[in-house]
Design a protein around this ligand. Sequence first.
Ligand code: MOS
Length: 769
Amino acid sequence: MKYGDLDLHARGQARFVDDLPEPEGLLHAVVLGSPQAHGRIVRLDTGAAARSAGVHAVLSAADIPGQNQIGTLVADEPLLAAESVDYIGQPVAVAVAETQAEARAALRLIELEIEALPAVLDPRRAKELGELIVPPRTFCLGDVDSAWKRCDRIVAGRADSGGQEHLYLETQGSLAVPGERATMRVVSSTQSPTGVQRVIARVLGVAMHRVEVEVTRLGGAFGGKEDQATAWAALAALAAATCGAAVKLVLSRHDDMTYTGKRHPYSSDYRIGLSSDGRILAYEVEFYQNAGAAADLSPAILERTLFHCTGSYYVPEVRATAYCCRTNILPNTAFRGFGGPQGMFVIEAALFKAAAALGVDAAELQEKNLLNEGDTFPYGMRARGCTAPRCWREAKSRYDYVEARRRVREYNRTHGLQKKGLALMPVCFGISFTNTVLNQGAALVHVYTDGSVSVSTGAVEMGQGVKYKIREVAARVFSVKPERIKVESTGTLRVANTSPTAASTGADLNGRATEIACRAIVQRLKQAAAEELGCDDTEQVEIREERIYFAGKETELDWQSLIPRVYTRRINLSAQAHYATPGIYFDKTREKGEPFSYHAYGTALCEVTVDCLRGTYEIDAVKVVHDLGPSLAPQVDLGQAEGGIVQGIGWLTVEEVLYSEQGRLLTGTLSTYKVPDIHLTPKNLEVQFLENTENPLGVFNSKAIGEPPLMYGLGVYYALLAAMQAFRPEEDLPVRAPLTPERVLMTLYGDHWTRLKGLDRADLRVVPG
Ligand code: MOS
């Protein structure tokens, strides 16, 4: 199992939901999504569909035996639309047939009449109409109102960031197999086995112990399967319970893109005040989050936007307000960074504009305001173990920022139509679920009599290598060869009440639980070994590289011979353990607390070249110094960092989620939605891990890696903007992501074109947003 499942993936032997052997009499389910963005269901007739060939059932809201409710944070999301529809693609009915083709054919016979209601797509408009999913949240530090008059320079503006399709390689899918006495076994492509279990129990009206959820691995997730795997699993289970047969529901790529939520687009207004020497004195920001038609995880994502509103900087006076706006598009959901990137995008916009206003290099402002040990975040926590300055300094010197800046300026002086842009991007990302309750993990460890070890935890393997890290933890605690350890699938029978594998915490939480369980077994092994050796001092026993030592001397015992003897002594060779992150809390009434176990830090240097005639660009370099602590798996972490960076670049450059004015997704295929390819990968992508760093709060001093590197992509955005600014030094460029080549062109020539054609600037949008 080198690097987790990698060998299986390389050979095409890794099984996903759709690859599982099909149970006898398997039926297939296909979902009918609403064709209207908003409306009242006037008529739903499934009679003809139910009578069509091969069809066993056509299910709608009326067929749900338990509650028609899948909302996690807010009970506002029916599994199947009942009276109204709130977005295009909202599940209305499910056809269950012997083949997928028959189920699809049946969908076309469903008669659905909807009386259209006005649809709202814009979050600012939704806020005006009072369409907020939860009340607004405001984080305050100091007294921002009185700070403005002390500022020498105040800059205000707007920044918009777009959505992002997860595009995990494995689409959403689930296989539900009914068992005896109203039990249901479900294999689901979910990050949240327990979340799926809970909702299926609720929908079927049975106790949670009737529902077993199993996850072998996911073909990617990126947050898209934290909450949004649930509906498909619940629909499969509903169909299986109704038909008394196994049911598979696997979304086609097109259905997956059309029916599942994405990263939240945000529109934000900011105001930043600085002293004449470039210190940030005050920052005010309002975030309008486009949540879509249901809460999903939006309120939690909104919270993380607030937690990261000041990015990697210390700002003494802050007021940040965030609105969770209900609109008639797909319910948006978790996506790597979980609202953090959207918050950081805006403070970087503010610094970019402030630097232009002060006539200084943006990096100068960034450096002057960078977080230091002990600085207070707007939520009251202080930066501890803060390696932001070290990463910044090391990135600057290792990648010779001063020389790069000289070279870029020289290039821009000597090139008319090609311009280079440079940006430094510091990242600070809080590690822990912002929802304190979720910061718990568990493990179940068995040592078998032949000395092999089985480890089950709450962590789901989704390509991030968490199983590899868990194995490393067990191997280190037992001091045995990693080959002895097998990390199992994730199943609710073995590990209950799992938190989603999310928030970059999978290895931290479940690794710690594994560590505790293994230590408990080691303690028993040592006791048994002491007895075997006829000594009474357990503390003198040590297991080192599969050998048993006593008082520092090798004994005749080794792992292989000890384990069966421990069994013979009737000593428990299994352990279950639980880990809860200590010391964290958050008081929502004051919006203050210590929500994070620790922060991840790093800095990227980004360089781009823009062809200002064509609007195309190349990413010359992204070079990073990232604080990872001593890694449990350096190759895995490097892969996570590189993948995250390219995914972040994609979000801010070529990935563009567009809806029509009727609320129809226009980018639901791979011909209309562009993801980064090899050409968009930085020509020089370098990730150096900071040396000599320790994180006593992580497992074996390591740090979480899943999400933080994505935000280095922001540096590419601001490097592109810098290059465009070099071409149009007089223009106040809009801050609006993604910066597709088309957008670059429109931005550089927008005014010229409008004058030429007598058009309004808005008319230049090729597709109505
Ligand atoms: Mo992740 S975006 O916290 O599933």
